[in-house]
Design a protein around this ligand. Structure first.
Ligand SMILES: Cc1cc2nc3c(=O)[nH]c(=O)nc-3n(C[C@H](O)[C@H](O)[C@H](O)COP(=O)(O)O)c2cc1C
Length: 184
């Protein structure tokens, strides 16, 4: 599989590059606030935001194409793969939904299957040459600890086949006590 490219690459290649993988739908919600706080420590970095609710990646259909070809048959994530492979830091920012990731982010995670196939079919070699660091930020309406553990476990599996070092996570729970309700 050749190195991925993007139509509009990083604006500045000389500074640190952060890819934010956003699992939240609510702009200015709890998770956005947590992510903004995290990013305030990274002034001067190039920041790319990939909001999974806006991008709505196709779900993996288990067609097994990637086990033969190495790449996904769907092309909607071509730009994403470029940013994912060339960032210095990857931040996952997500609310807990039913002890897991909201559906669009779960779809994205399932679409990383080519990296699993590449890793296990190629004597466990990392296909992504660049080592990156990752953080996981989560919010939950209640205590959230169990959901956070489950989600962190899923991410650690993915990090093991995508040449990522997990730097740690942060959970803000009990947001039900503070979140304003949506007007319908
Ligand atoms: C569909 C759905 C499922 C949820 N599931 C959980 C859950 O399993 N555990 C929990 O603590 N909170 C749960 N929540 C609450 C959200 O995690 C919480 O409100 C979060 O802070 C929302 O983040 P946001 O403001 O960025 O949208 C759920 C919310 C929704 C809408």
């Amino acid at each position: 599989m050749s190195a991925p490219t993007a139509k509009t690459p990083w604006k500045n290649d000389d500074c640190g590059k952060i890819l934010c993988i956003e699992g939240f739908c609510r702009k200015n919600g709890n998770t956005q606030a947590l992510l903004n706080k995290f990013l305030s420590d990274y002034v001067g970095f190039a920041i790319k935001r990939y909001n999974t609710f806006e991008k709505n990646p196709k779900p993996c259909i288990g067609c097994d194409f990637c086990s033969k070809d190495g790449a996904c048959r769907f092309r909607d994530l071509d730009d994403f793969f470029y940013f994912f492979e060339t960032a210095d830091i990857v931040v996952f920012a997500s609310p807990v939904y039913n002890l897991s990731f909201p559906a669009p982010l779960k779809a994205l995670l399932d679409r990383l299957q080519p990296y699993y196939n590449g890793f296990f079919s190629d004597e466990r070699k990392q296909r992504i040459k660049k080592r990156r660091n990752a953080y996981f930020l989560a919010t939950a309406g209640q205590d959230g600890a169990l959901g956070f553990d489950i989600m962190e476990r899923q991410l650690k599996n993915i990090f093991s086949v995508t040449n990522i070092k997990y730097m740690g996570g942060s959970l803000v729970g009990n947001t039900d006590n503070t979140t304003p309700k949506c007007e319908l």
